[in-house]
Design a protein around this ligand. Structure first.
Ligand code: ADP
Ligand code: C5P
Ligand code: MG
Length: 186
C-alpha cells in the first residue's frame, strides 16, 4: 500500500508521519529529508539542491524520484508513506511514469498561511529555508505548483483532507479515521 502526505510548508506532515509510522507501521520517506541528505553528501547534485531549497523552488523530478526509488529499494516494506511528494504535476507524472504506480490514498493537511508561517519560523532545526523570505517563496510555489496536484487527487477520489489546526493528538485522531477507512478498501 502506498500513501502520500501533502500540505503546505509547516502544516505538520512530518510530525503526523511519525505518528503514522508508530501506529500503523508504514515506512516513512520524506522527499525533503532525502534531498537534504543528498545535499550534504558528496553528490554531484549538492549545490543545485542547496540553491533550489534556498529559493523555495522544486528540485527536478529526475533527481527526487531517483532518491525515492533508491530508498524504496533499500527496504522490504510494502507499506510506505511518501511525505512532501509529489510537489508538482511534473513530480507526479515522473513518478507514475517511472514506477507505473499511483498512491492508494493521499492525505492533505489544511492549514491557514498564518499558522504555517508561525510553525516554520519556530521550527528551530537550522534549516536554510525556514526564514521569512524563503517561506514567502515557498507559499507561492505551494499555490502555483502543489495545489494542482491536490486537485488532481481530489478528482480521483483519493484525497483525504485533514484539518491541521489543533494539537498534534487532535490532528492525529482525524488521521486515524482516514486510516480506518482506507485500510478496508486497499
Ligand atoms: P511539515 O513537515 O509539514 O513542514 P512539521 O511536521 O515539520 O511540518 O511541523 C512544523 C513545525 O510545527 C514543527 O516545529 C512541529 O513541531 C510543529 N507542529 C507540528 N504539528 C503541530 C500542531 N498540531 N500544532 C502546533 N505545532 C505543530
Ligand atoms: O517537505 P520539506 O519542507 O522538507 O521540503 C523542503 C524543500 O525541499 C522544498 O521547499 C523544496 O525546495 C524541496 N523539495 C522539492 N521537491 C519535493 C520535496 C521537497 O524540491 N518533492
Ligand atoms: Mg516535513
Amino acid at each position: 500500500m502506498q500513501g502520500e502526505t501533502r500540505g503546505g510548508p509547516g502544516s505538520g506532515k512530518g510530525t503526523q508521519c511519525e505518528k503514522i509510522v508508530e501506529t500503523f507501521g508504514f515506512k516513512h520517506l520524506s522527499a525533503g529529508d532525502l534531498l537534504r541528505k543528498e545535499m550534504v553528501s558528496d553528490s554531484e547534485y549538492g549545490s543545485m539542491i542547496l540553491d533550489t531549497i534556498r529559493e523555495g523552488r522544486i528540485v527536478p523530478s529526475a533527481v527526487t524520484v531517483k532518491l525515492i526509488l533508491r530508498e524504496l529499494a533499500s527496504g522490504d516494506s510494502h507499506k510506505f508513506l511518501i511525505d512532501g511528494f509529489p510537489r508538482s504535476e511534473e513530480n507526479r507524472i515522473a513518478f507514475e511514469r517511472i514506477t507505473g504506480s499511483e498512491p492508494n490514498f493521499v492525505l492533505f493537511f489544511e492549514c491557514p498561511e498564518k499558522e504555517m508561517v508561525k510553525r516554520v519560523l519556530s521550527r528551530n532545526q537550522g534549516r536554510i529555508d525556514d526564514n521569512i523570505d524563503t517561506m514567502k517563496k515557498r507559499l507561492k510555489v505551494f499555490e502555483a505548483l502543489n495545489l494542482p496536484v491536490v486537485d488532481y487527487y481530489a478528482k480521483k477520489g483519493k484525497l483525504h483532507k485533514i484539518n491541521a489546526v489543533g494539537t498534534e493528538d487532535e490532528v492525529f485522531e482525524q488521521v486515524r479515521r482516514v486510516f480506518a477507512q482506507v485500510s478496508t478498501v486497499t
